[in-house]
Design a protein around this ligand. Structure first.
Ligand SMILES: Nc1ncnc2c1ncn2[C@@H]1O[C@H](COP(=O)(O)OP(=O)(O)OP(=O)(O)O)[C@@H](O)[C@H]1O
Length: 307
């Protein structure tokens, strides 16, 4: 079987719940080995999109191929190539962790060894506990273990680190980096955590108004919205702050005026959060201009930021 050019290929995806249009023509392409973060406000349709890609939800329209297969027609062999970390694992509360992992492992042709998984996710000391006895963060690690146990080629992570403490979150990020870096796993993650998206994702897609409003690297998104940088310096006893789209020019002028090093100089480039908030704001402004106020965004096409 030929390897498809894209691990995920979505064209004009539409989803309607009753009278409510949630997805209005989503276009998205994820290359093999790439990590893409899908960001968007609450209710934007991120989980809906991911569930359609996983084959759990039937779409209203559009074309979708995941590992070269339409999820509506994906069989067991196709499903075994996917890893899914859902928002929360609520099944099997009475199972003990090791038994649950061993049971799920038996469903896959080439599972990871359970002991190795328990160790790498810091679950070894909890292996004999029932799932219902675990804390929220420990249960989240079980969710992750279940998602990667079958050595997936493509991993879906829906708000993977929600509820994890900082240490566990860092361990989890390192695990995802190992999977995607060393094992070449492709990943699509939804998150509200900008630092997580910035750290893990090669490219970031912003879903708003039922479409992908922007898709690119963090730097490309920043360039697209032209969010200003913040320059701070000390002027005698005072701290001066200026926001500018041309920080190099300002710094050059400050150096010339000071005739040497500028005391307390700091330049803060726009963060992913700045870019994200600006893109969401622009989209809302477009909607207001359309006068629709219901998320319809005229005929502006989803736009991929040029590299
Ligand atoms: N089964 C359903 N029936 C009707 N409406 C639904 C259903 N599932 C989701 N929706 C609606 O579709 C919209 C998108 O929901 P979805 O959960 O996909 O958003 P999300 O971007 O994942 O949100 P969040 O960031 O809050 O998790 C919401 O308005 C939600 O109420």
């Amino acid at each position: 079987m030929a390897t498809p050019e894209f691990a995920v290929e979505v064209d004009g995806l539409r989803m309607r719940y009753g009278p409510h249009d949630v997805l209005r023509g989503v276009d998205l392409r994820v290359r093999p080995g790439e990590v893409v973060a899908l960001l968007g406000p609450n209710g934007a349709g991120k989980t809906t999109t991911v569930e359609i890609l996983e084959g759990f939800r039937k779409r209203s329209g559009g074309r979708v191929a995941v590992l070269g297969t339409d999820p509506d027609r994906g069989g067991d062999a196709w499903r075994a190539r996917l890893g899914i970390v859902l928002q929360s694992w609520k099944d099997h509360p009475y199972w003990r962790v090791r038994e649950l992992l061993a049971h799920i492992a038996s469903c896959y042709p080439r599972p990871r060894p359970v002991g190795e998984l328990l160790d790498s996710l810091g679950l070894a000391e909890h292996a004999g506990k029932r799932v219902q006895q675990l804390s929220g963060g420990q249960r989240r690690r079980v969710d992750v273990a279940l998602g990667i146990i079958g050595r997936p080629e493509l991993l879906f992570l829906d708000e993977p680190s929600a509820g994890l403490d900082p240490r566990t979150r860092r361990d989890f990020h390192e695990l995802v980096e190992r999977l995607t870096g060393e094992e070449g796993v492709t990943a699509l993650l939804t998150t509200h955590d900008m630092a997580e998206a910035e750290r893990l994702a090669d490219r970031i897609a912003i879903l708003v108004g039922g479409r992908i409003a922007a898709f690119g690297t963090h730097e490309e998104l920043a360039a697209r919205v032209q969010a200003p940088a913040e320059v701070r310096w000390h002027d005698g006893d005072r701290v001066r702050v200026e926001r500018t789209r041309e920080p190099e020019q300002l710094v050059w002028r400050l150096h010339q005026a000071a005739g040497g090093p500028v005391p307390g100089l700091a330049v803060r480039r726009p963060s992913l959060e700045d870019s994200y908030l600006e893109l969401v704001r622009q989209d809302r402004a477009d909607q207001d201009e359309d006068g629709s106020g219901d998320g319809v965004r005229g005929d502006r096409a989803a736009e991929e930021v040029a590299a």
